[in-house]
Design a protein around this ligand. Sequence first.
Ligand SMILES: [Zn+2]
Length: 341
Amino acid sequence: MSEIRYDRMRDTHVIIAPERLHRPDFGTTIENESLSHACPFCAGNESMTPPEIFALRDPDTFANEAGWQTRVVPNLYKAVQIETPYKHHYGMNEYWEGFGAHEVIIDTPNHRTSMRNWNEKEFVDWMKTLGQRVADLRRDNRIAYLSLFKNEGRDAGATQAHSHTQLIGLPIIPKEEREGYVRNHEYFKSTGKSLLESILMQEEEANIRIVKSYGDFSAFCPYASAYPFEVMIGSKKALGQMDTLSDESVRQLAALLMATFKKLERQLGNFHFNLLIATAPLQQDTVGEEVYSHINESSRFSIRIMPRIYHHGGFEAGTGVIINPVSPELAAKLLRESRDV
Ligand SMILES: [Zn+2]
């Protein structure tokens, strides 16, 4: 049983999850694309996972059998799980008893180990699947916040080679996220614009850190990139969140993501990375009515790709200040100039 513990000294939360200790080590999983018989995420091995929650399926195929393009299952080594949320207090301490959702989105039925090689339809299917899960979990008012992320490669913390995405839903909003939404709201209140919109307008005008623009979206290297070759994709318009984006927005994003990964691959080769998809808070009471009522205008949908080329050390752990040896101006120039087809 996991616990979400409150750190009174830092005003933040920590998930203590003993079950995670039993996860398979990456070294014992299969990176070779031709060896998939023992991989729980490959088509044909559906019995090796818990029963599916959702799948994009071919017509006339059955749940927990082959015939899917994407498949969502509970994480076997979950950090949190859905059950009655209960907040405990004792002495100076308070914790939530392991409440939340932890799901694995199996991105593809084939033993593919990298998002770098996906085609546009695979990106579209992936985003539609994430949208379905966000829409479904949004209906559970016990879940205040969703984290959607992808770890690819051992240096990014992945323990399974087969391409997958994770979703963790929590009864609380992590401190940094909560502060970010409040900051976005304050900016919106004083300017009538979202912070990301203003940043993108300035970036497009300067055209120094823009990697590529397509349709309503732009990929750029953020001014204060924490990671070498960090890329953020965002839109100047309010187009909704993961579960409310239009089909056309999803198609544009898929094309831009595919192009961005091709560019990154040309510069970095077989790189490991973390990918985060921003999801605005799901429940009003966690950020207050004022912030929540303007959330789509103030907090834009965005995707952040963070290549893990260097390891962080004590300075980063102690201060939260990250040392990035590659300037975003140089990264953007190299990415812009490298072909993406
Ligand atoms: Zn596999």
